[in-house]
Design a protein around this ligand. Sequence first.
Ligand code: PMP
Length: 362
Amino acid sequence: MTQSNLISSIFRKEVLAMSAYKVADATGLIKLDAMENPYSWPEDIKKSWLETLKNCPLNRYPDPEARQLTATIKRLNQIPDRFDVLLGNGSDEIIQLLLMALPANACVLAPDPGFVMYKQLSLCLGLSYYGIPLLADSFELDLPAMLDAMEKHQPSVIFLAYPNNPTGNLFSKASIREIIKTAKGLVVIDEAYAPFADASFIDSLGQYDNLLVMRTVSKLGLAGLRLGYIAGLPGIIEQLHKIRLPYNINSLTQISADFALSHKALFDQQTQKICAERSLVFNKLNTLNGITAYLSAANFILFKTPENRANEIFASIKKQGVLIKNLSPQGGLLADCLRVTIGTPEENAAFLTALTKSLVTS
Ligand code: PMP
């Protein structure tokens, strides 16, 4: 048997058809491609964090329920006691867990463009996935199209990122409520960018049995820890606990996240700086000839470049030492679009200089 016959006889066709999620190599570049917080911690905080790590028993398995961290997360996010929370190795893992718990013929629905993992993980698990186009100019939900698709496909899960990635906008709250009310399945409000948005559905948890709210510490400034969480009715969260691996949150993450989240003021300060820079970058982008930047409630900005020039502009910016994200190859509403994460003032200035030069020279 040839190697390729062996492989195709073993793996599911959905897996064979996929390509791996590629992360660009940022070595030596200013990294503005992945919505990370650019700031680290002051030395004194780093020192006391290292002190807490000293007592971490690495010879023992972690607390399988991460009880202390879960309690901290519930308190800080004001999640009422009657709702349960499940922690994941990043919110990516939670999306995967939720989809793994669905029947084989289940269907998943999300707006398009949206966060790529909803589709990637659905297809890999052999589920049906429908991406419903957002409205072209505003990137707002096309409510009638969403409701039609819900009626037609009866999705088990609908994902709504709030704010949306990669467009950065907050969908209309009224439209989201209509979707939650009409849905016969679960609706996950993915609040990955909540720290920058000042808007949330956590307060609405009590109003809808089918609502789940998911968050992550990644964009806040703790992407390296890999920690996400989802809140909802205990009966629903219990199903996810059944299929998660027993020790999915490692000891170092449990201790470090609990420590970090107790320094909320530091993250609030960093978040404010990022939001202030977001306005500056947005205004500057819109002064550049041929560039249209879209308003963002997240820590990144999507912008449109002159027609058919996104690839060359992206490459030119990279050549000048700044890595952003080229979304143009995805086509559709993202044709000609690039996305930049908000960094430090110096990083943003380097990006804007590189972009300005790329527009002149290319
Ligand atoms: N949801 C959205 C909308 C995202 O943009 C991302 C990261 N890009 C995630 C979830 C995953 O975050 P993480 O796995 O780092 O928690």
